[in-house]
Write a protein that binds this ligand. Structure first.
Ligand code: SF4
Length: 269
């Protein structure tokens, strides 16, 4: 579901855009300002595992029968273009282990109703922005009580990023399911690999504050003139790396590539 259309007069902010701006302004410039053609997207075993498990969890949420998710995952990883995580590879095995944890997670949730993949724009004309994010799964736990989940499949997650993502997903849930003012939401970043859960308790007031915060972020982006590069571990996953002078310079002059934090951040999947 693509959700409602966005108003072209409003600044469109997605979670990815926000994280790109915070991570490296030059990368933001490449992606959203420069109008350069996007380099071909590279699939990695981690992205295939993540996509496959998310698709499987969507099917499981839709029908409640684990066989539907299992079939989706099996079919997805069997596609010829996904051979790097295809049958017989360690990534394939890992994907099914993660999905098995997902089935257990699903079975542990008792709710009145549930919805998979809510994806919509949240426009605020007075603030000049429209926000888009995605909710992997939402459960109605009671008349004014909801839960949203963002499934994670990497080795670890960065708390501040998960929090921003959950806050944006919260806006999408309130809009997409037209929650009453009094409704409260438990938002969970649930890692199906490590079992870790990052939980936020959110109210309508929090949603208003989130939109106000995002409006101020957009003002910062709009006022940006200098798109400074921030070479770092994230360059490993940057589609623009081949065209980025600063990343090439850092690679040449060298930094401590063996630094532990650096290595950890380079290998989050
Ligand atoms: S390669 Fe690194 S420094 Fe260059 S745009 Fe990408 S993230 Fe920024």
């Amino acid at each position: 579901m693509s959700g409602m259309e966005s108003d072209p007069a409003l600044f469109r902010l997605t979670y990815t855009k926000l994280e790109t701006f915070y991570g490296c302004r030059k990368r933001y410039w490449f992606s959203y300002v420069s109008q350069e053609d996007w380099p071909p997207q590279k699939e990695s075993p981690a992205s295939l595992i993540g996509n496959g498990v998310h698709r499987a969890m969507q099917k499981l949420c839709e029908t409640g029968d684990p066989r539907d998710g299992e079939h989706e995952l099996e079919l997805y990883l069997r596609m010829p273009s996904h051979a790097i995580a295809g049958p017989g590879t360690e990534h394939h095995t890992l994907a099914f282990e993660i999905y098995a944890n997902g089935v257990k997670a699903h079975e542990s949730i008792a709710s009145e109703d549930r919805f998979a993949e809510i994806d919509t724009w949240v426009p605020s004309k007075t603030r000049g922005i429209t926000v888009r994010a995605k909710v992997d799964r939402a459960d109605r736990l009671g008349p004014d009580r909801w839960q949203l989940i963002d499934w994670k499949t990497g080795k670890f997650d960065l708390d501040d990023k998960v929090d921003r993502q959950l806050d944006m997903a919260h806006l999408v849930l309130r809009t997409g399911r037209q929650l009453p003012h009094a409704a409260t939401v438990r938002a969970i970043g649930w890692n199906l690999r490590s079992g870790q859960q990052r939980v936020r308790e959110l109210t309508r007031d929090d949603a208003v504050r989130t939109v106000d915060y995002l409006m101020r972020v957009v003002q910062t982006i709009a006022a940006t003139i200098e798109w400074v590069a921030t070479p770092g571990p994230a360059c490993t996953f940057c589609d623009w790396r081949d065209r980025c002078v600063e990343a090439a310079q850092v690679a040449e002059t060298g930094i401590d590539w063996l630094d532990e934090d650096w290595e950890r951040a380079q290998d989050p999947f």
